[in-house]
Design a protein around this ligand. Structure first.
Ligand code: 5AD
Ligand code: SF4
Length: 443
C-alpha cells in the first residue's frame, strides 16, 4: 500500500450497539494496516456498511444505501464492502442482487478485512473486479488484543461476550453471530483501564446475552463489579441481558456498587405463556413478573426497560391481551415494540406460520406503543420536583444552547446551558421541573 496516500475508508453502521462496537474494532484493524478514514463519502476509496439482519426494515435500509453506492460506483473507482449480520446470512441474495459488492465479511471474520480490501483495491487498479468473501463463524474469536478505535464522547463500549446459544425461535442472531463465547476477564479489565486513561467516564459492557458471561470462575456479577472498580470510571452499564441469567448475587452487585447503573433492559417479548413457549424464551409470564418483583425488591431505584414483539406466529387477540395487561402491570420506563418479522432459517420460519396479518400486527404495535407512552410519561412525571444527578453527555439535539445528559437510570435530561461551566463527562445535579415521554427537563 502507498503509505503516503493511504486509501480512505468510510464506515456506516446500522443496527445495535454491538455493531457500533464492531465498527470500532474494524477501524482499529484497518488503521493498523495503514488505512485512513473519512466521514465524507465523496472522498472515500472504500465504503463499508456494517449491517443488521434483525428485522426486514433493517434489510431495506441497507438495500437503500447500496442503491446510492451503485450511483457513485458508476462515476468513479470504489471498493464496496458489506460487513455484519446481513453479510453473514444473505451471501447468495446479496451477491446475486447486488453485483457492486466487492467484499463480504461476517462478524467473526474482521481480522481478514485488511487483506480482502487490499486485494480488491489492487484488482480494481488492474481493471478487473475480484469478489472476496470471509464468512466463517468461529467458536473462539473474541478479538482479544484488538483495542477498539473508539468514537469520542463519554461512553466506551466493551464487548465481553459474543454470540448466542438461546435460539429464540424468531431470532436470526444465533445464525449470524454464532455460538456464545466469553472473553478473558483480564483482557476486559485492561480495556476498561485503557478507556479510563483516555478519559471515558462510562463503560457499557456488551454481549448478545451479556449476563451469560462466564470465564472459569468469573461470572457476570464478578466481572461487572471489577470493571466498576476501575479508577476514573464513574458509571458502568450493560446490554443486552436475558431474563434467565439474573441470579441474586448479580442483583446484589447492581444494588451494592455505586458505579453500576440502576438500569436493566429486560426483554419481555410476550406476555402469553403459549407464545413465550413457541418463542423458546424459557420463562413464563409469571416467572418474568416474579423476577421483576425480585429486582425491585433488591434494587428499589431500578429503571426497567424492555423489548416486545407483536404478532408472532399464531398470536391471538387473547394472547396479545395478556402482553398488554402485563405491560400495564409491570409499568416499564420505556419499551421498544416491534412487529414480528419472519427471518429465513429461524426455528419459527421453519416450524410456525407467519399468520398474523400485517395490519393486525401494526394495530397491536400501535396500541402497545400508546400504552407505553402513557406509562413512560407518568413515570417521568414522578421525577418532577426532585434533584437528580446527571452525567453531562453533549449538546442537546434540538439546541446547542442546551445540554443533554442522563440519570443513573439512563433517562435523558435536557436543560439550558446558562452560565454553568459544564463540560461533557462532568456530573451535575439538576432540579427536574418538567417531563415528557422521552425526557426530563431540568433547571
Ligand atoms: N421480529 C421482530 N422483532 C425481533 N427481535 C428480534 N428478532 C425479531 C424478529 N424476527 C426483537 C426482539 C429483540 C430485539 C433486539 O429485537 O424484541 O429483543
Ligand atoms: Fe436472539 Fe434470543 Fe439470542 Fe436475544 S437471546 S440474541 S433474542 S436468540
Amino acid at each position: 500500500m502507498n503509505k503516503a496516500t493511504p486509501p480512505l475508508v468510510h464506515i456506516e453502521t446500522f443496527g445495535c450497539q454491538m455493531n457500533e462496537s464492531d465498527s470500532e474494532l474494524v477501524r482499529s484493524l484497518l488503521k493498523r494496516e495503514g488505512y485512513g478514514f473519512t466521514d465524507d463519502r465523496e472522498r472515500a476509496d472504500v465504503m463499508l456498511m456494517n449491517t443488521c439482519a434483525i428485522r426486514e426494515n433493517a434489510h431495506n435500509k441497507v438495500y437503500g444505501h447500496l442503491g446510492e453506492l451503485h450511483a457513485i460506483k458508476k462515476e468513479r473507482p470504489l471498493v464496496v464492502g458489506v460487513l455484519g449480520c446481513m453479510a453473514q446470512s444473505l451471501k447468495d441474495e446479496l451477491t446475486k442482487k447486488v453485483p457492486l459488492i466487492d467484499v463480504l465479511a461476517g462478524p467473526d471474520a474482521y481480522r481478514q478485512l485488511p487483506m480482502l480490501i487490499s486485494n480488491a483495491l489492487q484488482a480494481q487498479e488492474q481493471g478487473f473486479s475480484k469478489k472476496a468473501f470471509a464468512l466463517d463463524l468461529s467458536e473462539y474469536e473474541t478479538y482479544e488484543g484488538v483495542m477498539p478505535d473508539r468514537e469520542d464522547g463519554i461512553n466506551a463500549w466493551i464487548t465481553v461476550m459474543r454470540g448466542c446459544d438461546n435460539f429464540c425461535s424468531f431470532c436470526v442472531v444465533p445464525y449470524t453471530r454464532g455460538r456464545e463465547r466469553s472473553r478473558d476477564p483480564q483482557g476486559v479489565l485492561a480495556e476498561a483501564r485503557q478507556a479510563a486513561a483516555l478519559g471515558y467516564k462510562q463503560i457499557t459492557l456488551l454481549g448478545q446475552n451479556v449476563n451469560s458471561y462466564r470465564s472459569d470462575d468469573w461470572d457476570f456479577a464478578r466481572l461487572i463489579s471489577a470493571v466498576a472498580d476501575t479508577p476514573g470510571i464513574e458509571r458502568v452499564r450493560f446490554t443486552s441481558p436475558h431474563p434467565k441469567d439474573f441470579p441474586r448475587p448479580l442483583l446484589e452487585a447492581i444494588a451494592g456498587h455505586p458505579k453500576i447503573c440502576k438500569h436493566i433492559h429486560l426483554p419481555l417479548q410476550a406476555g402469553s405463556d403459549r407464545i413465550l413457549d413457541l418463542m423458546g424464551r424459557s420463562y413464563t409470564a409469571d416467572e418474568y413478573r416474579r423476577l421483576v418483583d425480585q429486582i425491585r425488591q433488591v434494587v428499589p431505584e431500578i429503571v426497567l426497560t424492555s423489548d416486545i414483539i407483536c404478532g408472532f406466529c399464531t398470536e391471538t387477540d387473547a394472547d396479545y391481551d395478556q402482553t398488554y395487561r402485563l405491560v400495564e402491570q409491570v409499568r416499564f420506563h420505556s419499551a421498544y415494540v416491534f412487529a414480528y418479522s419472519e427471518r429465513k432459517n429461524t426455528i419459527a420460519a421453519r416450524k410456525y406460520p407467519d399468520d398474523v396479518a400485517e395490519e393486525v400486527k401494526s394495530i397491536r404495535v400501535q396500541r402497545l406503543v400508546d400504552l407505553q407512552r402513557e406509562i413512560g410519561a407518568a413515570r417521568n412525571r414522578e421525577y418532577i420536583g426532585r434533584n437528580v444527578s446527571v452525567l453531562v453527555e453533549r449538546d442537546a439535539t434540538r439546541s446547542p444552547e442546551q445540554w443533554m445528559g442522563r440519570t443513573d437510570g439512563n433517562i435523558t435530561v435536557i436543560w439550558d446551558k446558562g452560565t454553568d461551566a459544564l463540560q461533557p463527562g462532568m456530573f451535575t445535579t439538576r432540579l427536574i421541573t418538567g417531563a415528557s415521554t422521552a425526557a426530563l427537563f431540568g433547571e
